[in-house]
Design a protein around this ligand. Structure first.
Ligand SMILES: Cc1cc2nc3c(=O)[nH]c(=O)nc-3n(C[C@H](O)[C@H](O)[C@H](O)COP(=O)(O)OP(=O)(O)OC[C@H]3O[C@@H](n4cnc5c(N)ncnc54)[C@H](O)[C@@H]3O)c2cc1C
Length: 324
């Protein structure tokens, strides 16, 4: 029985980091609760599958037209039929784990509806307690957490990047299997894909995010954010006030109507800490806030607060970090 199935999403010549993190947590849970771990891959990742060797008991690859280039219709049909067929292949899954991503947002709800399965998105933990399998996700804009007990029936759940460490013991004997996706007529044809402005670190997967708000006083000072991010090998994000002012791309906005990030370190410079911003970063492990106003709400969420001018504090931090 495959109690845990991880959807392995390939991108830029490797699987997304969340694939390895989810497989590691599935192995930990299978170790304590029993059951097998399976990875399900889709599309043109033939050259990559060896990377999953030892990380799951079985790697099931779905091939066929309509999967690459990606189309939501193709993926929904392929995942729906593959997951439906798993019990007959001796692999009845209880939890199907996805990494949060734009594709997951398109595909997961449709597959769950098709399978009549329970769906949970934006989850931050999947853990065992007294033999029970529990899932944790933020609710009410991050003001509280709901803990769900996973019982009988299938659950499709999407987890934020960095929800789990990827360093669980591996070395499982892995069986590789292939299945064919059903022929599907896609209602949308992707004509071309254009890369956005080159960024070295993906905001949603970055381990460190340095974010700036209105208090940065405009684009002339944004290099201060980039320099600190570069020193920490992180990515730069912005509040909506900055994006609405046309000073940064929406792709770099953190918050309710932007990206959700879950880095190890989040530096908020000149950001007041409105709830809509907090909703996008409240699972960051350590938050450092820099603000001139000691009563700014961001300090209520910060582990470390610096009351001061971000335009002076940021270069001082960068210099200190470069010095090592
Ligand atoms: C439906 C909805 C969705 C939204 N979605 C988002 C979202 O996704 N992301 C988001 O960010 N917002 C979102 N908002 C907007 C949000 O409510 C806030 O208006 C926004 O986050 C404020 O941005 P800010 O903190 O940069 O600006 P402000 O609130 O103007 O704060 C600027 C801060 O900078 C400080 N400051 C000033 N000068 C300095 C200095 N020299 N050094 C240090 N600090 C200084 C000030 O004390 C202040 O705290 C949304 C709002 C709505 C209604």
């Amino acid at each position: 029985m495959s109690r845990f199935v991880v959807i392995a999403e390939a991108r830029d010549g490797d699987y997304r980091p969340s694939t390895y993190e989810l497989l590691a947590q599935a192995r930990r849970l299978a170790g304590s609760l029993g059951g097998e771990v399976a990875a399900l891959t889709l599309g043109d990742d033939a050259g990559l599958r060896d990377r999953l060797s030892g990380l799951a008991h079985r790697v099931i690859s779905i091939g066929g037209a309509g999967l690459a280039p990606y189309s939501a219709d193709g993926w929904v049909a392929a995942l729906g039929s593959a997951l439906d067929a798993l019990p007959a292949r001796g692999a009845a899954p209880q939890v199907i784990l996805f990494g949060e991503s734009p594709r997951t947002r398109e595909v997961l709800p449709r597959v769950a509806a098709r399978l009549g399965a329970y769906a949970a998105t934006n989850a931050v933990d999947l853990f065992e307690d007294g033999g029970r399998l529990l899932l944790r996700r933020p609710v009410y804009g991050g003001k509280a957490y709901a803990v769900h007990e996973i019982g009988a029936g299938r659950v499709l759940a999407a987890f934020r990047p960095h929800a789990f460490g990827a360093d669980a013991p591996a070395g499982l004997p892995t069986a590789f299997e292939e299945v064919a996706a059903p022929a599907t007529e896609s209602r949308v044809t992707v004509l071309s894909s254009e890369a956005g402005a080159a960024r070295t670190v993906d905001l949603t997967e970055a381990n460190v995010v340095v974010a700036g708000g209105r208090g940065m006083k405009g684009p002339d000072n944004f290099h201060l954010l980039q320099e600190l991010a570069d020193a920490l090998e992180g990515a730069v994000g912005y509040s909506r006030a900055v994006v609405d002012a046309g000073q940064a791309e929406h792709a770099q906005q953190v918050g309710k109507s932007g990206k959700t990030v879950s880095p190890t370190l989040y530096v908020a410079a000149g950001i007041s800490g409105a709830i809509h911003h907090i909703m996008g970063m409240d699972t960051a492990k350590v938050v450092v806030a820099i603000n001139t106003d000691p009563s700014a709400p961001i300090f209520g969420y910060a582990d470390y607060g610096i009351v001061g001018d971000a335009l002076q504090v940021l270069p001082a931090l960068t210099e200190e970090i470069r010095r090592g």
